[in-house]
Design a protein around this ligand. Structure first.
Ligand SMILES: Cc1cc2nc3c(=O)[nH]c(=O)nc-3n(C[C@H](O)[C@H](O)[C@H](O)COP(=O)(O)OP(=O)(O)OC[C@H]3O[C@@H](n4cnc5c(N)ncnc54)[C@H](O)[C@@H]3O)c2cc1C
Length: 408
């Protein structure tokens, strides 16, 4: 019974140190430039592909780490380097999870390699669920997928928004309505293969933070994809829809839908990204407070500053523990009876916002300029309480789970 340990094993420590080296030597030095350019940092993604960080193999190795800590550890280190660049590197992984969670083995084998490309010709992928009128309220999604039985093809029409890598992706994973009567239970996920006619990029957004990561609308006009592009296959979809119709008739017991399954699997990973940004800002602030002198002594010599740093470190460590717990539960198939995945995302993302704001304050005027990285980290941190479900939605999920009531 002495199995419980809070320590990473030797292999995990090696991977963590290797990732940290890449984050410190390659990502961090490029961060300010790509933030200003507001463009996908292709050379950095290529560099990551060359050393094996941007690859299916690496992602799968971390994803299937039996302790569950592979992905959170990787996210924390890369996002410690820089959030915008790191999201450009791991955005494809978020789309790949959609395929891993809902796809058949054949779909996983066919499409995930095309999401990454190879080191000489890197590609990215996008996961497209959100729409202009369907953000938190996923059930009000309008993008339709209609089956053309004669041709065994699905025809997709609609507009997606906020898609990370949307329009520049080689492979798009698109969530669409197949049965409007069933609300979010009538959704399914589709692969849109490279160069499919009818898919185009709409507006590219200019953002507050994570500016190196490409975010855009994706327009789908009579996009035809083969039947084999329905994730999980038609038989499984028909069974799932039949069960949902039965439940709807019987009074509406809740069932998981394709998009929710993807979000559930990726929430602790987003928490880990937030831990990376928070830790980075805390470290800059700690160094600064020890060297910056006012009134003849380092500013950390004031309890007002030192206690803030103590609180910042405590929050970062607490956030990591919640992320690790949820990740361990996920890989071990433990039921999330208190929405522990959402708890980890909620706490870590709020921590990142708070800690980066404290760091900015500790750096004073310097914190407010682009001469120091906390200004960027502070802007970047705001995304964590918004994407993959806002903080309010995480609280809703947690409150509903622990109470068993449909709190609104
Ligand atoms: C940079 C970026 C990248 C993104 N990447 C992707 C991506 O790759 N793929 C993708 O599909 N989506 C992506 N998103 C979309 C993201 O997941 C949504 O923005 C998010 O789900 C919130 O939806 P919304 O923006 O429509 O806000 P809304 O749902 O309109 O919410 C507005 C406000 O109302 C609050 N609110 C809403 N409903 C409730 C409620 N019931 N109770 C209390 N408060 C509530 C929200 O918490 C929020 O504060 C991305 C977004 C951004 C900004």
């Amino acid at each position: 019974m002495a199995e419980f340990t809070m320590e990473l094993n030797e292999e995990q420590r090696e991977v963590r140190d290797w990732l940290h080296g890449f984050a410190a030597d390659v990502i961090r030095p490029a961060a300010a430039e790509w933030d200003e350019r507001e463009e996908t940092p292709w050379p950095v993604i290529q560099e990551a592909a060359k050393v094996g960080i941007y690859s299916l193999d690496f992602y799968a190795q971390q994803y299937f780490d039996p302790t569950g800590l592979g992905i959170p550890m990787a996210m924390e280190e890369l996002f410690w380097g820089d959030a915008g660049i790191a999201l450009s590197i791991v955005g494809t992984g978020l789309a790949a999870v959609g395929v891993l969670a809902n796809g058949t083995e054949e779909q996983i084998g066919t499409w995930i390699p095309q999401m990454y490309g190879d080191a000489n010709d890197v590609k990215v992928a996008a996961f497209c669920s959100s729409e202009p009128d369907a953000g938190s309220d996923v059930a009000s999604m309008r993008t339709r997928a209609v089956y053309d039985e004669a041709k065994d093809e699905w025809v997709l029409n609609g507009t997606k928004t906020w898609a990370t890598n949307g329009g520049i992706a080689n492979v798009h994973v698109v969530v669409a309505v197949v049965d409007a009567e069933l609300g979010s239970k009538g959704h399914a996920s589709f692969i849109v293969p490279p160069n499919t006619p009818g898919l185009s990029q709409g507006q590219k957004f200019k953002k507050h933070g994570i500016r190196a990561s490409h975010t855009a609308e994706v327009v789908l006009e009579d996009v035809r994809v083969p039947g084999s592009c329905l994730l999980g296959g038609k038989e499984k979809l028909d069974e799932r829809l039949a069960r949902a119709r039965e439940r709807a008739k019987a009074g509406g017991e809740r069932v998981k839908n394709a998009a929710m399954a993807t979000f559930e699997a990726s929430r602790p990973a987003v928490g880990a990204m937030a831990v990376g940004t928070a830790r980075a800002a805390y470290e800059v602030a700690l160094d600064y407070a020890k060297t910056r002198e006012q009134f003849g002594r380092p500013i950390i010599d004031n309890q007002g500053v030192a206690f803030q740093l103590a609180d910042m470190r405590t929050s970062v460590d607490a956030a990591r523990l919640l992320v690790w717990r949820a990740s361990w539960m996920a890989i071990n198939g433990k039921p999330f009876t208190a929405a522990e995945g959402s708890q980890s995302k909620l706490f870590a993302s709020e921590t990142a916002k708070k800690v980066t704001a404290q760091a900015l304050q500790i750096l004073g005027g310097n914190g407010y300029t682009r001469e120091y990285p906390v200004e960027r980290m502070h802007r970047d941190s705001a995304i964590y309480t918004i994407f993959e479900g806002t903080s309010e939605i995480q609280r809703l999920v947690i409150a509903r789970t622990v109470s068993g009531m449909s709190i609104r």
